[in-house]
Ligand binder design. Structure first.
Ligand SMILES: O=C(O)CCC(=O)C(=O)O
Length: 395
C-alpha cells in the first residue's frame, strides 16, 4: 500500500517519541525481544551499498616506538602521519603511550554503563544537546529526519579539558577520568606531530587551542535482528579537528576510500586516529576528513569509545580559516573564515540535507553561507552560544 510521505514522517515521529519515552535505548529494544526494527532505524540508501568491506586495501598502521628517543624515527613518523592524513584521513597507532589497561578499562566501563539495569541509566537519558553528560540514541532526530543508528551512547563533554568527575556516572567514573587524561596527553603529542606534518612549528596547533576540548562518546552496539536494514553508525564525517577511537575486537568500522568501503580491522593495543573536517578546513584541504560508518550485526555486542577534539571555549566564536602560513599563490584558500560554532552547526545542516537526499551545493556555499545569516539573525542560537560547553553533536 502506498503511504504518503507526510503520513510516513508523522508515523516515524510518533514512533521515535514512544522510543524516547522508554529511556532504555536500543539495548532496551533488544532486551524487549523485538524481531523487526522500528522504521526510523531503516536506512534504505545503505541497502545496496557494498557491505563486505575491501580486504586488499589496508589503512596505515604507524608505530610510535622511538618517537621521543630517536630523531630519525621521529621524522619518519611525522612523514607517515602526513601521508596517511593526506591520502586516507585515517590511521592506526601502536606503541602510542596510552596504557593498554586504560584502553581495556574504558571499554569495560562503557559496557558496564550500558549493561547496568535500565533504572540506573535512565537518569542520564536526554535528547538535550547541551547536557554535558548524557545517555542517548537518537539525539536531535525529531528535528532532523534521517535514519537512526543502531547503537546507544554515553557522552561526556570536557570543555577546555575540564569536567567535574561527580557529573560522570559512578559505574564508569574512574575509567572515564583516567582515559580522558590519557587522551589529553596523547593529544599534546599529536598536536605537535600534526603541526610538523603540516610544515608548521611544533607548537602551532597548540597555540591555536583548536583541539583543547574533548567530547567522549562511549558507544554500545547491540546485536540487531535485521542488520541489513540499518547501520551501527550512519556514514558521516567528524566535525572535529581530530578523533581518537578505541574499538573492541568485534570489527565493523569501515571508511570510504577510493569509492570503496574499507574495513578498519581491530588490532590489539591500537588506537585509531581520524582527521576531522575542521582540520580539513584549517589545513586548506591538505588533510582529508573521510566518511566512515559502522555495520550492524546479527550476533554479539560491539563496544567502542571515541574521543573527539575541538576548540577551546574561548576560541569557539573566533573566525577560523585556512592557516595563513599554508597559503600561497599556488595554494589559495579553498574556504572562507567561519567560527567553530557556525561550522559545527552547518555540518549538522549538511548532514540532514544529505540524509534527506537534497542536493548539496559547492563547498563554499555549503559550509558558510547558511550560517553567515544565522549568526546575525537568531538570538536563541546566540543565547545558547553564551552558555556553550556542550552544544555539540558528533553524529
Ligand atoms: O564506533 C566506531 O567505531 C565509530 C564511531 C563513530 O564514527 C562516531 O561515533 O562518530
Amino acid at each position: 500500500m502506498h503511504v504518503p510521505e507526510r503520513k510516513r514522517a508523522d508515523n516515524d515521529i510518533k514512533e521515535v517519541e514512544e522510543f524516547e519515552m522508554t529511556k532504555a535505548g536500543v539495548k532496551g529494544l533488544v532486551d524487549s525481544g523485538v524481531v523487526k526494527i522500528p522504521r526510523f532505524f531503516i536506512n534504505p540508501s545503505e541497502k545496496s551499498s557494498n557491505n563486505g568491506g575491501v580486504v586488499r586495501l589496508q589503512i596505515p598502521v604507524i608505530d610510535f616506538q622511538g618517537l621521543e628517543s630517536n630523531v630519525t624515527r621521529r621524522m619518519e613518523i611525522i612523514n607517515e602521519i602526513r601521508k596517511a592524513s593526506e591520502t586516507w584521513g585515517f590511521f592506526q597507532m601502536v606503541n602510542h603511550g596510552v596504557p593498554i589497561s586504560a584502553m581495556d578499562d574504558i571499554l569495560q566501563g562503557t559496557r558496564r554503563f550500558h549493561e547496568q539495569p535500565k533504572e540506573l541509566k535512565m537518569e542520564y537519558y536526554s535528547t538535550d544537546q547541551r547536557r554535558q553528560v548524557k545517555f542517548y540514541t537518537t539525539l536531535g532526530f525529531i528535528r532532523k529526519p534521517h535514519a537512526a543508528s543502531w547503537r546507544d551512547a554515553l557522552s561526556c563533554t570536557f570543555t577546555d579539558d575540564i569536567l567535574d568527575p561527580a557529573a560522570i556516572p559512578p559505574v564508569c567514573r574512574n575509567e572515564i577520568t583516567t582515559y580522558v587524561k590519557c587522551m589529553i596527553e596523547l593529544r599534546e603529542t599529536l598536536s605537535e606531530i600534526l603541526s610538523e606534518a603540516l610544515g608548521l612549528s611544533r607548537d602551532f596547533l597548540g597555540q591555536m587551542q583548536c583541539m583543547k576540548s574533548e567530547y567522549l562518546s562511549c558507544l554500545y552496539y547491540p546485536a540487531c535482528p535485521e542488520p541489513d536494514k540499518t547501520l551501527g553508525t550512519e556514514k558521516h564525517t567528524d566535525p572535529t579537528i581530530l578523533t581518537l577511537l578505541v574499538q573492541d575486537g568485534t570489527g565493523g568500522l569501515q571508511i570510504r576510500h577510493d569509492n570503496y568501503w574499507v574495513d578498519v580491522p581491530p588490532i590489539q593495543g591500537a588506537l585509531i586516529a581520524n582527521i576531522g573536517s575542521f582540520m580539513q578546513l584549517i589545513s586548506n584541504d591538505k588533510f582529508k576528513s573521510v566518511e566512515h560508518r559502522v555495520l550492524a550485526r546479527s550476533v554479539g555486542t560491539r563496544v567502542s569509545t571515541a574521543c573527539f577534539f575541538f576548540p577551546s571555549a574561548d576560541q569557539i566564536l573566533k573566525p577560523y580559516g585556512p592557516i595563513k602560513e599554508l597559503l600561497s599563490k599556488e595554494n589559495p584558500p579553498v574556504y572562507g573564515e567561519v567560527s567553530y560554532l557556525a561550522f559545527i552547526s552547518s555540518h549538522q545542516t549538511k548532514l540532514s540535507e544529505e540524509r534527506r537526499g537534497l542536493p548539496v551545493g559547492p563547498k563554499s556555499s555549503r559550509l558558510f553561507i547558511f550560517f553567515e545569516s544565522i549568526q546575525t539573525s537568531n538570538p536563541i542560537f546566540w543565547r545558547d552560544v553564551q552558555k556553550l560547553g556542550s552544544f555539540h553533536h558528533f553524529n
